[in-house]
Design a protein around this ligand. Structure first.
Ligand SMILES: C[S@@+](CC[C@H](N)C(=O)[O-])C[C@H]1O[C@@H](n2cnc3c(N)ncnc32)[C@H](O)[C@@H]1O
Length: 343
């Protein structure tokens, strides 16, 4: 109290209050950066999951293989914020950290995927570096982060569409780590699936997780390019649903015509199959300005890495140009995602 009075005497009440208010407003921005840095270090080294998996751990055990002094700095900071408790040589994750690492964990992982881009942002801004030329995101965390985030709404919406339309054999384009097909198999016991991905390390990882999954008898994974599926269409004429979650937009940088051509080709190769599309739908900047949801960060990450996001009207335009009719549509502005069933 005396200290507060001394500050007021020195600065005057109005200036003291104004200065404190301004620092309070700056703190969440600075703290977000520091907290993310600390959590990402724990995530990358596996210490975060060891902490979350145990009720409490001896600090000595958590420090195995890590720099103990750095670990103690991180834990001391997170203890001050009520995220962990570090006491009497033991450490435990508090409820606040456990809640952050439940559904929102994907936010942290997806943002970590772009950390190398932010680390080079001064160079990129000054024109000394460019994305794709010595600057890359962390692909593994793009997959893990988006898989976790999609479990909250995109996968349930798509699974509901498949259920209502009685899908039995699903072909998933750009299946990634199979998070979507696992979700579908959990939700729909009648479904079998083929997942394809063009990226060999992704297919290898998908095969690894599939081997350990209870759905290994119902899902098949193949390395394949969705632009070249004529042989698969002949081999599996019983495919009655083609799904793609956040896959088509990867080609929008080459122009809408590229995606239109692909959709047209899929329609010709699989003439009786319904197409289920889950895609980002860009929101008008005015809307984000009045309600700055997490989609603002999403736009920034995509913009900085030259990924194009289309709005819902552009997707409808591409579907129409490919000769596809929209049987069903759900666009959720709150997550900036849209879902379409096409014939
Ligand atoms: C943004 S990720 C989405 C992954 C997954 N669908 C999900 O929901 O988490 C896009 C995926 O599409 C794959 N992909 C990109 N181009 C492809 C192509 N031509 N054929 C098949 N897969 C492709 C990428 O390798 C990547 O795994």
């Amino acid at each position: 109290m005396n200290q507060a009075l001394e500050i007021i005497r020195l600065l005057g009440l109005a200036k003291a209050v104004r200065t404190k208010t301004r620092f309070d407003r700056a703190l969440p921005h600075v703290r977000g950066y520091a907290v993310c840095g600390c959590l990402w270090a724990l995530l990358e080294t596996g210490a975060l999951d060891r902490l979350l998996d145990a009720d409490s751990l001896p600090l000595d055990a958590l420090a195995q293989g890590l720099d103990r002094r750095v670990l103690e700095s991180i834990l001391g900071y997170l203890d001050g914020l009520g995220l962990v408790r570090l006491q009497d040589g033991r450490v435990r994750a508090l409820a606040r950290l456990r809640r952050l690492m439940a559904e929102p964990r994907g936010f942290f992982e997806l943002t970590y995927a772009y950390a190398p881009v932010f680390a080079r942002l001064p160079d990129m801004l000054a024109g000394r570096a460019a994305y794709g030329r010595g600057v890359a995101r962390l692909g593994k965390y793009v997959g893990r982060g988006s898989g976790q985030l999609c479990r909250t709404l995109p996968y349930p919406v798509m699974a509901d569409m498949l259920r209502r339309r009685g899908a039995r054999l699903v072909l998933d384009l750009g299946c990634g780590d199979l998070a979507f097909l696992f979700f579908v198999c959990d939700a729909l016991p009648q479904v079998r699936a083929v997942g394809i991905d063009v990226d060999p390390p992704t297919v290898e990882y998908a095969r690894e997780v599939l081997a350990a999954s209870p759905h290994k008898g119902r899902i098949e994974v193949r390395p394949a390019d969705m632009f070249d599926l004529a042989a698969l269409a002949r081999e599996r004429p019983d495919i009655d649903a083609i799904t793609a979650v956040d896959t088509y937009h990867e080609y929008l940088a080459q122009g809408e015509e590229k995606v239109v051509g692909l959709l047209r080709q899929l329609r010709a190769e699989f003439p009786r199959t319904l197409l289920y599309v889950g895609e980002f739908c860009k929101q008008p900047h005015e809307k984000l300005r009045s309600r700055p949801t997490a989609f603002l960060e999403h736009h920034l990450y995509h913009d900085l890495t030259n990924q194009v996001i289309a709005d819902a009207a552009a997707w409808r335009r591409m579907f129409a140009a490919a000769g596809l009719a929209v049987l069903e549509e759900k666009v959720f502005d709150i997550v900036g995602h849209g879902y379409f069933v096409l014939r």
